[in-house]
Design a protein around this ligand. Structure first.
Ligand code: HEM
Length: 310
């Protein structure tokens, strides 16, 4: 991906602003600070093979590593909070390379451009007097960007389990087939166990780390599985705006099944790793979504800081 110094400068501003919003927690990711990593196998169904040459979407199963996280930048945020959760997956391909798929428990992103995201994080910074975000500033942000009203109003579920909620990779990606024909797609992980959520009152009875504890317990009895569902675009579906959805009735296929089997042997290397949604493989290209391209810069900046224990 071409790297522009303007993007890098903006990434520094965005990560600074994320730190003002969530506090600075040395050594932690500036978003999705607290998480846990797991071993998995991904088995393609073959349904995607006619649409992309991507190696992990053909016929052979690959190893994968999955990091589930609480999306807040403050690692002390309890699992009982009504916030989004993350699922970052790294597919380890047979040629020794990797490709990542990074997803959240909401289908839309809260900004259409990196600058809008910067403005939103600035609006969410805690007020000096109350220590809480000022709802009037968020209201003003939405007033100035009415197209983001639905995305900002999304209520993520408080899942019963990391294994009982859906995760969306949100952006459009472009699949390229053997003949060079390209087609925009969107990804969703659909839990085999079905989607189940807690009410706020039920969540209040759970512990601060119940989601990680629950997944460890669940894996002692059986693997936890997800289907990789793919939504296929029709010719005029926009690919540049992660705050919008394609119609529900767009054709979907199941590209494969992910089976999570056990906690990763060693959590430390995975805590140090940086997932990167722009790390695609041959047969998959980035769309024209400016937020997708920008994420590579923001994640690198966060990784640079936390690698120095800042
Ligand atoms: C302007 C847009 C965005 C910015 C600036 C941003 C920023 C960040 C940063 C700084 C990190 C920590 C990276 C690290 O230290 O390794 C992160 C992690 C993460 N982000 Fe984003 N993000 C954006 C959009 C999104 C979107 C659209 C999604 C979902 C599709 C998403 C899902 C995640 C997840 C799941 C993680 C945790 C990855 C892990 O486990 O390592 N983010 N984000």
């Amino acid at each position: 991906m071409p790297s522009s110094s303007a993007d890098q400068t903006l990434a520094i501003r965005v990560v600074d602003s994320m730190e003002r919003m969530s506090g600075r927690h040395p050594g932690y990711r500036r978003s999705s600070a607290r998480g846990a990593s797991f071993r998995a196998t991904f088995t393609p169904t073959g349904e995607a093979a006619a649409l992309t040459t991507a190696a992990h979407l053909q016929t052979r199963a690959v190893w994968a590593t999955v990091r589930f996280s609480n999306s807040e930048g403050d690692p002390r945020t309890p699992d009982t909070a009504p916030v989004t959760r993350g699922m970052a997956t790294r597919f380890h391909l047979h040629d020794g390379s990797d490709t990542d798929l990074v997803a959240l428990t909401v289908p839309r992103f809260v900004a259409s451009t990196p600058r809008e995201f910067l403005e939103l994080t600035e609006a969410l910074a805690p007020d000096r007097l109350t220590g809480e975000p000022d709802p009037a500033r968020v209201h003003a942000f939405v007033g100035a960007h009415p197209h983001l009203a639905e995305a900002v109003a999304q209520q993520p579920p408080i899942p019963v389990s990391y294994g009982s909620t859906a995760y969306w990779a949100i952006h459009a990606f472009i699949w390229v087939d053997e003949a060079g024909v390209s087609r925009p797609v969107r990804y969703r992980w659909e839990p085999e166990a079905g989607r189940t959520a807690l009410t706020a009152a039920e969540a209040a009875t759970r512990t601060a780390h119940y989601l990680t504890d629950e997944l460890h317990q669940r894996l002692e009895h059986a693997p936890v599985a997800f289907d990789l569902r793919i939504q296929l675009a029709e010719p005029d579906d926009p690919t540049h705006d992660p705050s919008t959805l394609w119609p529900d009735h767009r054709k979907e296929i199941t590209a494969g099944r992910l089976e999570i089997t056990a906690p990763a042997d060693d959590q430390d290397p995975w805590n140090m790793q940086a997932f990167n949604p722009t790390r695609v493989t041959s047969g998959i290209r980035l769309s024209d979504d400016p937020v997708l391209a920008f994420r590579a810069h923001a994640y690198a900046e966060s990784h640079r800081r936390r690698s120095r224990n800042q």
